[in-house]
Design a protein around this ligand. Structure first.
Ligand code: HEC
Length: 147
């Protein structure tokens, strides 16, 4: 009788621990809007400088739609290829279409870290004349989540 009760209590405890771990994981996933890359950039910022203050969709919007004037003259803005609406189909300089960057239209985007990094590197160099910082990349993806 006593043995059984102790056993049951242990089961309850194990279940409670498992449940709180699962809850913790799901809170994490929500915080980065299910885009693991956002969490990765936050980690990089904390490692480099610490004091990560959170990403901003508004700053991401501004990065996306501003004319930067520091990159190639033919691509002053992300909108040069992606149009000024992330939900729309864009176009490369050679005329090939680019599926929308907005996560609501292209849910498969930003899942492959190599692809994300490759295009950030290439496009930021064209438009800004330098690579984007982890803050800029996190802001940009946070903005895309709202689109
Ligand atoms: C010269 C045209 C061009 C410009 C300018 C441009 N892009 Fe792109 N971008 C592309 C192409 C082409 C792809 C790859 C094709 C695709 O993913 O559909 C791409 C893909 C991306 C991806 C990868 C998405 C994924 O699915 O992983 C990101 C992120 C991105 N662009 C961000 C930006 C940002 C930020 C800017 C402005 C700083 C920008 N782009 C400016 C052409 C451009």
């Amino acid at each position: 009788m006593k043995m059984t009760r102790r056993f049951n209590l242990r089961r309850v405890a194990v279940t409670a621990i498992a449940f709180s771990i699962l809850m913790g994981l799901s809170i994490d996933a929500t915080a980065s809007g299910n885009l693991p890359m956002i969490g990765k950039y936050a980690e990089q910022i904390n490692k480099q400088a610490g004091g990560f203050a959170g990403f901003s969709a508004e700053r991401g919007r501004s990065l996306f739609s501003s004319n930067h004037a520091t990159g190639k003259p033919e691509t002053p803005s992300c909108t040069s290829c992606h149009t000024n609406n992330p939900a729309k189909v864009g176009q490369t300089r050679a005329g090939k279409s680019i599926s929308p960057l907005a996560i609501s239209k292209s849910p498969e985007r930003y899942a492959d870290p190599k692809k994300v990094e490759k295009w950030f590197r290439r496009n930021c160099k064209s438009v800004l004349g330098r690579e984007c910082t982890p803050v800029e990349k996190g802001d940009f993806l946070t903005f895309m989540l709202t689109q």
